[in-house]
Design a protein around this ligand. Structure first.
Ligand SMILES: [Zn+2]
Length: 138
């Protein structure tokens, strides 16, 4: 997405948790604790992936996108379909997106990444060019 910025990747942290699970230091029940809310968000707003669950290895993971930010008002904290994000990014100046992977089978879940979206991230040059051409049209 064009306005995507300040990306934080959580794959290292995820691998560390998975190592603990594989070694038995962390129980599967502890790691696979997706709440009913997260599971239903995955069902209704999730983005299916081709990635197999690293714990049960049966289901494909679903990515759930949560949005946070003052501008969002009552929408803050909601899960949104990935396809809605570009529209929201043009509507709001700045909001945070958290991507969580969920296995709808065993309940494994972990934060994948977070990033900022919103109009404030538009490339300044592109905006000025658009403004300039709009000026010429007048
Ligand atoms: Zn699983």
């Amino acid at each position: 997405m064009r306005t995507q910025r300040q990306i934080v990747d959580y794959s290292l942290r995820k691998r560390a948790v998975l190592r603990e699970v594989y070694s038995g230091r962390v129980g599967v029940y502890e790691a696979c604790d997706a709440s009913p809310y997260l599971k239903s968000a995955a069902k209704f707003h999730g983005e299916p992936t081709e990635i197999r669950c690293p714990v049960c290895r049966r289901e494909h993971l679903t990515h759930v996108h949560y949005i946070y930010g003052d501008e969002l008002k009552q929408s803050a904290g909601q899960a949104r379909a990935k396809s809605e994000l570009p529209v929201l990014a043009m509507t709001f100046r700045e909001f945070q997106v958290y991507v969580v992977e969920v296995c709808r089978g065993c309940g494994w879940n972990h934060l994948v990444e977070q990033y900022l979206l919103g109009r404030d991230g538009l490339v300044p040059g592109a905006g000025e060019a658009a403004a300039a051409s709009a000026g010429r049209a007048r």
